[in-house]
Design a protein around this ligand. Structure first.
Ligand code: GLN
Length: 192
């Protein structure tokens, strides 16, 4: 199983560490040719406008979009979720494949970052998942075919799946809980 982590900017090292703890040695992706042969890709948190600029410069938008359209599992965390979304309410370069409307910096500024225990029925074993939100986006609305995986107590959508595409507002790579990464690897094994 060959997993890539987009390594242009942001929290890619943390994803790589979790994958290594699960005996997967990922590929750091900075060039289009590094996407070839991948079975899955993680787009980390960071700054989505910076991802956009760099991805345009390095010709990564089209090949990542193609990978999503071919049905390969692709998971975006935080800025990665923004990058995958079709609609973020403003013009910025996006992969733009996931049928969700996302609101950026939806909880406020850096000082409004927070943590919450979520019930995520898709994860095994089922137990609260401690989620870290850092200048996080949330999902305002989902299209047909998008399954909501997690919500805050007030109903705000913070994780979703559309076939092979997975998105989380929060950062599972910043906790010691590898259940979300295992869930993603399972999807890669089943190919979507
Ligand atoms: N606020 C960032 C953005 O809009 C996302 C923050 C994060 O990835 N932790 O892209």
């Amino acid at each position: 199983m060959k997993i890539g982590v987009l390594a242009l900017q942001g929290a890619f090292i943390e994803h790589i560490k979790v994958l290594r703890s699960l005996d997967v040695e990922p590929v750091e992706v900075r060039k289009p040719e590094q996407l070839r042969d991948l079975d899955g890709l993680i787009i980390p948190g960071g700054e989505s406008t910076t991802f956009g600029k760099l991805a345009v410069e390095y010709d990564l938008i089209e090949p990542i979009r193609a990978m999503c359209e071919q049905g390969k599992p692709v998971w975006g965390t935080c800025a990665g979720m923004i990058f995958l979304a079709k609609d973020v309410g403003r013009a910025q370069p996006l992969i733009g494949v996931m049928d969700v409307r996302v609101k950026r910096n939806a909880f406020g500024r850096q000082v409004d970052s927070f943590e919450a225990d979520l019930d995520i029925p898709a994860l095994e074993p089922r137990a609260p998942f401690h989620a870290i939100f850092i200048r996080a986006p949330f999902i305002e609305s989902v299209g047909k075919g998008v399954e909501v995986l997690a919500k805050l107590d007030n109903g705000t959508i913070v994780a979703a799946r559309q076939k092979n595409l997975l998105a989380t507002s929060f950062h599972p790579e910043l906790t010691n809980d590898a259940r979300f990464h295992r869930y993603f690897l399972e999807r890669v094994k089943k190919n979507g």
